[in-house]
Design a protein around this ligand. Structure first.
Ligand code: MG
Length: 339
């Protein structure tokens, strides 16, 4: 198998900001796997929250490429080997896993969802509203409503949460997921979450730092809204340990290591009675695609990474307002727009 990669520069429609960081541009890495005249694609979206970066990915890639072997259908052993040897680079493993799945499904000339034995995904995604001034938030919400989104994910943990949420509730009555991205200390989090009650949150995501599982459990017990663990939950083992602590988990391929690990996370979450959310990072349609192909397995969908971009360098996913679906074409169904 031959592996090549290149950096991509992505530009969001609006400045993308959480309680932790903000960006006007983002770089990711597109990965191409070639074997026997068939190509498979993946995208690396590393995050410093999980100790990964473009540089750490680029340092691992030559070694990963050397050890890939020559059987792209041996996905399970390849991924298990990568998790053993490069377990701290799961965003990179997720891109290799994507490329192997894309390769396999293209080789058999079926869409990935069909190759996996799943239904064709046609799902409603939330749309993410960044941390910003209340006026900017109101403008972004008006745009999202006009574009047809009926559930919104609001990034909170900034200075203007209550004013922004007042502006949102003045124009939008639908479900609001409030994502604090670890913003609050365990001491203040209870008060902060109680203060959000009047905005009728549908779900609250990661209010406290990722290691503060006890605080997560205490916040879940307040019953302001179901608590979803995001940064606290990376692997299938994390999912098992979070059972009985939180109400649900946000599973992302770049956190756990791809389609196979995500399906294991989902299986564990189901066995433990946890609500399953499927999320993504800001990325092109290439990183969203493998998650979308398994989206029929999740309860809550947050796969808007590519919809937040000014231009998607890997078009192919179908979307009409909040409805996104994977195409009926072989593999992931996305291709570089410059080809
Ligand atoms: Mg989150």
């Amino acid at each position: 198998m031959r592996l090549t990669w290149r950096r991509m520069r992505l530009t969001p429609r609006r400045r993308f900001a959480t309680s932790q960081s903000g960006l006007d541009h983002k770089e990711t890495i597109a990965v191409t796997l070639e074997h026997d005249g068939v190509t498979g694609l993946g995208e690396i979206t590393p995050s410093p929250i999980y100790g990964q970066s473009l540089e750490s990915a680029e340092a691992a890639l030559p070694r990963i490429a050397d050890g890939l072997g020559d059987d792209p259908l041996a996905i399970e052993p390849v991924i298990q080997r990568l998790l053993r040897d490069f377990g701290d680079q799961r965003a990179t493993i997720a891109a290799i896993d994507s490329a192997l799945h894309d390769w396999a499904a293209r080789r058999f000339n079926v869409p990935l969802w069909r190759w996996l034995g799943l239904e064709r995904p046609r799902v409603r995604t939330m749309y993410t509203i960044s941390v910003a001034t209340p006026a900017e938030v109101a403008e972004a919400v008006d745009e999202a409503i006009a574009a047809g989104f009926s559930a919104l994910k609001i990034k909170v943990g900034g200075e203007h949460d209550e004013a922004a949420l007042e502006a949102i509730r003045a124009r939008f009555d639908g479900p609001l997921l409030l994502d604090a991205n670890q913003a609050w200390s365990p001491v203040e989090a209870g008060k902060r979450v109680e203060a959000l009650r009047r905005f009728r949150p549908w779900l609250i995501e990661q209010p406290v730092p990722k290691a503060d599982w006890r605080a997560l459990g205490e916040l879940a017990a307040l019953r302001v809204a179901p608590i979803i663990a995001d940064e606290s939950c990376e692997t299938p083992a994390d999912v098992a340990k979070l059972a009985g602590v939180v109400d649900g988990v946000n599973i992302k391929l770049a956190k756990c290591g791809g389609v196979r690990e995500a399906m294991r996370c989902i299986a564990v979450a189901r066995a433990c009675g946890l609500r399953v959310m499927l999320g993504c990072f800001l990325s092109s349609g290439l990183a969203v695609a493998p998650a979308l192909h398994i989206a029929s397995l999740a309860d809550v969908i947050d796969l808007d990474g590519h919809l937040l971009l000014r231009e998607d360098p890997f078009p192919g996913l179908e979307s009409a307002g909040e409805l996104v679906s994977a195409p009926d074409t072989p593999g992931l169904g996305v291709a570089a727009s410059d080809n």
